[in-house]
Ligand binder design. Structure first.
Ligand code: BMP
Length: 279
């Protein structure tokens, strides 16, 4: 049983599966959903730019893909592709309601990356809209950086997922650079530093591109099963689902391969069926 509180417009504002006084972390909730749905696919509900005057069409399209695909996925990730045209409280909150009705968690891919005071407001708004977790960028650090997000998340039993190594080519310039400890002179890859921070900060997950399976393997060796790896970059960006899973990814973030397919349900079903069973 789950409790859905509703705001004045009737949309759910309580995250998925939060009982009054419940203690399940986001990490545990998505794990449970993945097992129930027998899928590790996180749907990236992204669509190409459309004339903003066609917002109603965009919302209808997003709802119809969700309707078709929900049996084959374990969560939905929303990006600026929908938040910008639809608005958080006018349009996206309707989608979050639908996502929760399907017993799926909703992740906001805002890549929060600001000073702590601003990050806190960003997190408060997205969580108030009903998002169960958000994605943040560890480049801003802890004190007066990401700590306020983690504080809000823990208070509201929501999740925080950190970027560790992005899927695009330019990721080498930031996540792939070598950092030198000012005191010891020891050199460490930036993504290794971020993976260690994910453990230290008790993050609910890290994002590592499916395009760099060797980085998934390396980061998985650091994180073990404590912090799950979410891997985007399947298909459209050249990454392979099975390779990412074999390297240690726990969840696959998949957008265009499904959202732009002629038959999104078939594409999601075929992908889910081609993957090993959820452990
Ligand atoms: P697609 O499967 O269509 O390439 O979409 C991937 C999604 O994951 C997009 O929303 C993108 O912004 C996001 N993403 C990514 O592709 N690589 C990253 O390293 C981090 C992301 O959040």
């Amino acid at each position: 049983m789950r409790r859905l509180s509703r705001n004045s417009k009737g949309y759910s504002v309580t995250p998925l599966n939060i009982e009054a006084g419940g203690t399940l972390s986001f990490k545990a909730r998505i794990e449970e959903t993945a097992k129930n749905k027998a899928s590790r696919i996180v749907l990236a509900l992204d669509f190409p730019f459309q004339n903003p005057e066609n917002r109603e069409n965009l919302l209808a399209k997003a709802q119809s893909v969700l309707e078709a695909v929900h049996p084959y996925i374990c969560a939905v990730k929303i990006n600026h592709h929908l938040v910008l045209p639809l608005g958080t409280f006018n349009g996206v909150q309707k989608l979050i309601s639908r996502i929760h009705e399907k017993e799926l968690p909703a992740i906001m891919d805002c890549k929060a990356n600001d000073i702590g005071a601003s990050n806190q407001v960003i997190a408060e708004y997205y969580y108030a809209a009903g998002f169960d977790a958000l994605i943040a960028n560890p480049f801003v650090g802890w004190e007066e950086g990401l700590k306020p997000i983690f504080d809000v998340a823990r208070k509201q039993q929501r999740g925080v997922i950190l970027l560790a190594y992005m899927s695009h080519k330019g990721a080498t310039e930031g996540y792939g650079q070598t950092v030198c400890d000012a005191e010891t002179g020891k050199k460490t890859p930036q993504y290794v530093v971020f993976a260690r921070k994910a453990l230290q900060w008790d993050a609910d997950g890290v994002v590592v591109g499916a395009t760099v399976p060797e980085k998934i393997r390396e980061i998985h060796e650091i994180l073990g099963e404590k912090v799950p790896i979410y891997s985007p970059g399947i298909g459209a960006q050249g990454g392979a689902a099975e390779t990412a899973l074999k390297a240690g990814a726990r969840y696959l973030i998949v957008g265009r391969e499904i959202t732009l397919a002629q038959n999104p349900a078939q594409a999601a079903k075929a992908l889910a069926a081609s993957l090993p069973h959820v452990r």
